[in-house]
Write a protein that binds this ligand. Structure first.
Ligand code: RET
Length: 243
């Protein structure tokens, strides 16, 4: 096991930010009785709780391993992937719930997402640089298909909802597209990409800012207005409801 270096500063900030976000979301969820509405709060609280614990794991050095890549030891924070494999499906679940998506759409999104993170893990652990890039490419392909479903099928379903729900969905969808596209960029420029443009210190800072924006920022926008969530869980006039 390796010990974190100066980048642990960013990991502690990440731990703190995710913890504050969790407590804030728990506060927002107090008194919500409707089981359909509670789903938004439960999913969002789990997202930051998982992220807070994985950041703590990385900050304390347990979430870090060394992989031999082309004969050189490379520090890999494996706990990132343990975080993402649970939190990214939950983020998509929040979006799908808002859009009133059916089970098939949710299953497609979650399936693509888990495939993306799993192939990302292979990319991170692969000892041959060229194959690392290959798996990165496969994972990025899955991300592009996933975003295509977000823009296509899911947005179509969101349009059958009230104007305020459709508008919140649009905002969160765009935020998700913009932030998620930056993950493979930071990865390939960072230490994992073995090109060595971004040192571990700055890569860790970049992932921390992305993670906090994609989870706490996302949650703050989603849970800001109870009336919008109420409207999202009510059956729509056009009859295009979930299931
Ligand atoms: C809260 C965490 C979030 C929103 C994480 C999102 C992560 C990704 C979209 C990661 C994507 C990756 C690729 C597309 C290529 C391979 C490397 C990854 C796993 C960083």
């Amino acid at each position: 096991m390796a010990t974190p270096g100066a980048e642990s500063l960013w990991l502690w900030i990440g731990t703190l930010g995710m913890t504050v976000g969790t407590l804030y979301f728990i506060g927002r969820g107090r008194g919500v009785r409707d089981p359909e509405m509670q789903k938004f709060y439960i999913a969002t609280i789990f997202i930051t709780t998982i992220a807070a614990s994985m950041y703590l794991l990385m900050a304390t050095g347990f979430g870090l391993i060394q992989v031999n890549v082309a004969g050189e030891p490379l520090d890999i924070y494996w706990a990132r992937y343990a975080d993402w494999v649970f939190t990214t499906p939950l983020l998509l679940f929040d979006l799908a719930l808002l859009a009133g998506a059916n089970r098939n759409t949710i299953a497609t999104l979650v399936g693509l997402d888990v495939f993306m993170i799993a192939t990302g893990v292979i990319a991170a652990l692969e000892p041959t640089p060229a194959y690392r890039i290959l798996w990165w490419g496969i994972s990025t392909g899955a991300l592009l298909v996933l975003l295509y479903v977000l823009v296509g099928t899911l947005s179509e379903q969101a349009r059958t909802k009230s104007a305020e729900v459709a508008s919140l969905f649009g905002t969160l969808r765009n935020l998700t597209i913009a932030l998620w596209l930056l993950y493979p960029v930071v990865w390939i420029l960072g230490t994992e990409g073995t090109i060595g443009v971004l040192p571990l210190y700055w890569e860790t800072a970049a992932f921390m800012v992305l993670d906090l924006s994609a989870k706490v920022g996302f949650g703050v926008l989603l849970l800001r207005s109870r009336s919008v969530l109420e409207a999202a869980t009510k059956p729509t006039a056009t009859g295009a409801t979930a299931d």
